[in-house]
Design a protein around this ligand. Structure first.
Ligand code: NAG
Length: 454
């Protein structure tokens, strides 16, 4: 009899263990308080207010004076130890002549309607673009797109028409989207947190509430850079609400994978790496080790002492432009670091690049945007629960060949077991939506089709 009880208990425990293993863990949907001072007792104003990006003669004169008074280190020899000073000089020239008509660009920004909405006592800025026309018997699919650093909601300006109005942009109207692009709190027009600890999970919570407030019970989400992490956290928080998660970058590197990469050249097939994976990952020293060393200095600074360098950047528009544009150069294509002009105008117009810089400068948000690294990475890697959690939402991934670190399908599947589409993209790097809007839009559509087909 005791033996039966014992065996039954063991069996019960084994069954419980299996079930609990299978349990899809979710991130708690807590209620944070990020505004200044103590939490007011009054109910939060939940209205959504139209918002317009504005400038004034005074603002333009201020920038103009600072740009004119810039001082650049004389170049003693032409070698690239970062962005070439003489090229920065050229940008400044353009800025003085053309760009100071920020007023004009503000009109360009007004292409889409902006809104402000107070959430958890922070003012959140977003643009909301509805399809100009809809085929009959078709409702638009809500899609939240989240930017990263040093980008902004402006990165999505060129991809939006491919998603909201595909027919007029050479794509079929099988999927028509309604696009919402918020600004991360502390970036451009979204208010920065007044409390320490505002990280990707807190951001995910706010953006989820924004979607609910806009009336979307279920939606698609998309992101690269911080946007990738924020969207991943949303999927971990409210998996039933997220119909699909599409990423063009993923935080999936594990120690074990590094070991397989070291051995992988010879035994690649054994570890599940495809021929294309091998092309994108080797030579290991160059594409992995040196690449991380060369490109992660900023991350070390920003996740330890963001305010110190922030003082300088917030005081000089030219310094700020150099700091931000260097990222747009090397993260678009690592080979661009060898070009005198950083290759910036091969993929972007200076107007678009400087609009993004101006969004940081005019709002004075470079410091709060850098603090986001401290809040997310300041305690070290893998310090947060969400980093060890899997994601149980159908996922699509676009692997752009010039992304900083290639993420093979094998790695993606470990974190995102419901990976339904993985694409090797023809060209493009880290700022996919900004650089290759049509390709990214096509992959989002491919993913949504694969999902609906299932
Ligand atoms: C222009 O600069 C002055 C002095 O630095 C400052 O007090 C003022 O707030 C600035 N105005 C705008 C609109 O940026």
């Amino acid at each position: 009899m005791w033996l039966e009880i014992f065996l039954a208990s063991v069996l019960g425990f084994v069954i419980y263990w299996f079930i609990s293993q299978d349990k899809e863990e979710t991130l708690p949907l807590e209620d944070g308080w990020w505004g200044p001072g103590t939490r007011p007792t009054a109910r939060e104003d939940e209205s959504i207010r139209p918002f317009k990006v504005e400038t004034s003669d005074e603002e333009i004169n201020n920038i103009s004076q600072r740009v004119e008074k810039h001082f650049l280190t004389p170049e003693r020899f032409r070698i690239k130890y970062g962005l070439l000073t003489s090229y920065v000089g050229e940008i400044v020239h353009v800025w003085n002549f053309k760009y100071l008509i920020w007023l004009f660009q503000v009109t360009a920004l007004a292409k889409y309607r902006d809104f402000l909405h107070s959430l958890i006592w922070l003012d959140i800025h977003f643009i909301h673009v509805k399809p100009p026309q809809l085929p009959s018997s078709c409702s638009p699919k809500p899609l939240l797109m989240v930017h990263g650093w040093p980008g902004s909601f402006y990165e999505f300006y060129k991809i939006i028409p491919f998603l909201t109005d595909p027919k007029n942009h050479g794509l079929s109207d099988e999927h028509v989207f309604e696009v919402i692009c918020p600004s991360i709190p502390g970036y451009s027009f979204s208010e920065a947190s007044s409390k320490k600890g505002f990280d990707s999970v807190a951001t995910a919570r706010i953006f989820y509430k924004l979607m609910l407030r806009l009336g979307f019970q279920e939606f698609y989400i998309q992101g690269g850079d911080w946007g990738s992490l924020i969207c991943t956290n949303m999927a971990q928080m409210v998996p039933r609400r997220v119909k699909g998660l599409h990423l063009n970058m993923a935080f999936v590197l594990r120690n074990f994978f590094i070991l397989t990469v070291l051995l992988g050249r010879r035994f690649g097939g054994l570890f599940g790496y495809s021929k294309r994976d091998i092309e994108l990952m080797y030579p290991f020293k160059e594409k992995f080790f040196y690449s991380i060393m060369r490109e992660s200095g900023y991350m070390h600074i920003q996740s330890t002492k963001p305010d110190t360098v922030g003082c300088a950047l917030n005081d000089s528009p030219v310094g700020l432009a150099a700091y931000i544009l260097e990222k747009f150069s090397t993260w678009t294509n690592s080979e661009f670091r060898n070009l005198e002009d950083g290759g910036l105008e091969r993929k972007y117009s200076l107007d678009d690049l400087l609009t993004n810089v101006m969004l940081y400068w005019t709002t004075g948000t470079i410091v709060s945007s850098q603090r986001y690294y401290k809040e997310n990475l300041g305690q070290g890697l893998m310090a947060h629960k969400h980093e060890r959690m899997k994601v149980h939402v159908p996922t699509g991934f676009a692997a752009f060949p010039s992304e900083l670190l290639h993420a093979p399908e094998k790695w993606l599947k470990f974190k995102y077991p419901k990976l339904v589409s993985y694409s090797f993209m023809a060209c493009g790097g880290h700022f996919a939506a900004f650089e290759e809007p049509e390709l990214l839009a096509q992959d989002i559509r491919k993913f949504v089709s694969a999902l609906e087909w299932q």
